[in-house]
Ligand binder design. Structure first.
Ligand code: SAM
Ligand code: SF4
Length: 355
């Protein structure tokens, strides 16, 4: 039996530095620190129709070759292995921009037909959602996160390098209308760009019944432009919001959720703050990741990954693929190591891992 999961946040205690402990024979996606991954993030594509400055450069990023991407059937097969053999309970589609996949509705429907049925969620910039919200809801999409950093069209264009705020807003409205909700809104604050708009965004979210979560900017951009000294920290986000709202800690258990929730003006409305860099929650991480080209990753910041696409295309059985997946998760590091002097940003950017 593995050690019990730590409930304190931060990093799990290192049990035996540098020593790899043999993996016990259990079916779940366990690691050496007693964590169990039940939450699968699936990147459907590395491509995107925006160019958010904290994510990718305006020009020059090379996409994965088309033949490297998993087909819809391959994706559903791997999700099926995760759900039926590895204990995954929740699947979130992301990217890149998942709405760019023409077969998105079929992929959602394929995953919704699995037994046991996983909870199905998607993180999107919302562009193109307006025309597909009904089909996605009917296919089985349960929950939605829409990324929206500002309500100001000029600021949106400055961040995303595309003048498309109206398309994201249309997407949010359409998803709300078909009842996929409550919608969560993800926002990244950039100093001197949209940080002073934090309260305005929260007021809008509260008015419209959306749960807003601010995400600290992480060193995962393709152009390696992240700078710790200029990032807007979780502490600063609380300060900014406190200029207009009273924030008090929400004491409900986090249950592996990355966001620390705060009651706004006494509640029940809340705002979430994801302090991945300055207030890490690695000790309670329940995530496993599958990239659009079929690589399993145990962390956004991992430097290793396990290729499932090649063995799958060579005829590997479900059990063989499941075992490769378990092995990759077993060697998950205690934490992302962003505070360490030897921290090195992973080669793959967020857009190619799946955020
Ligand atoms: N295109 C979709 C979207 O924007 O929602 C899905 C992929 S995107 C990579 C997923 C989430 O990662 C978004 O909420 C985005 O704001 C966030 N993100 C991207 N780069 C980030 C970074 N360097 N630090 C923190 N969050 C980031
Ligand atoms: Fe595209 Fe999402 Fe990255 Fe923005 S954050 S460039 S919408 S993948």
């Amino acid at each position: 039996m593995l050690a019990g999961m730590s409930v304190s946040l931060g990093f799990p205690a290192v049990r035996s530095a540098g020593v790899t402990v043999p993996r016990p024979s259990v079916s779940a996606l366990t690691d050496q620190f007693g964590r169990v991954a039940t939450d699968l993030r699936v990147s459907l594509t590395d491509r995107c129709n925006l160019r958010c400055t904290y994510c990718m450069p305006e020009v020059g990023l090379e996409w994965l070759p088309q033949g490297a991407l998993l087909t819809g059937d391959e994706l559903v097969r791997l999700v099926s292995i995760a759900v039926t053999q590895l204990g995954v309970e929740q699947v979130r589609f992301t990217g890149g921009e998942p709405l760019l996949r023409r077969d998105l509705v079929d992929i959602v429907a394929g995953c919704a037909a699995l037994v046991p049925r996983p909870e199905i969620a998607m993180t999107t910039n919302g562009i193109g959602l307006a025309s597909r919200a009904v089909a996605l809801a009917q296919a089985g999409l349960d929950r939605l996160n829409v990324s929206l950093d500002t309500l100001d069209a000029q600021t949106f264009a400055a961040i995303a390098h595309r003048d498309l705020l109206h398309r994201t807003m249309e997407g949010v409205a359409a998803a709300t209308a078909v009842g996929i909700g409550p919608i969560k809104i993800n926002a990244v604050l950039l100093r001197g760009v949209n940080d002073t708009q934090a309260s305005q965004l929260l007021a809008w979210a509260l008015e419209n019944g959306h749960e807003l979560r601010f995400i600290e900017q992480m060193p995962l951009d393709a152009q390696h432009g992240w700078d710790r000294s200029t990032m807007v920290t979780a502490e600063r986000i609380r300060e900014l919001l406190s200029q207009q709202f009273l924030l008090t800690p929400d004491d409900r258990p986090r249950n592996g959720a990355p966001a620390q929730r705060w009651l706004v003006d006494g509640g029940p409305a809340t705002v979430g703050i994801i302090g991945s860099v300055t207030e890490p929650f690695c000790s309670d991480c329940r995530r496993t990741r599958l990239t659009a080209d079929g690589q399993v990753r145990n962390c956004l910041f991992a430097h290793s990954e396990t290729d499932l696409r090649t063995p799958m295309r060579a005829g590997a059985s479900d059990e063989e693929l499941a075992q490769l997946w378990r092995n990759e998760m077993w060697v998950k590091a205690a934490g992302h190591g962003m505070g360490a002097p030897d921290f090195r940003q992973p080669d793959r950017p967020m857009s190619a891992i799946g955020g």
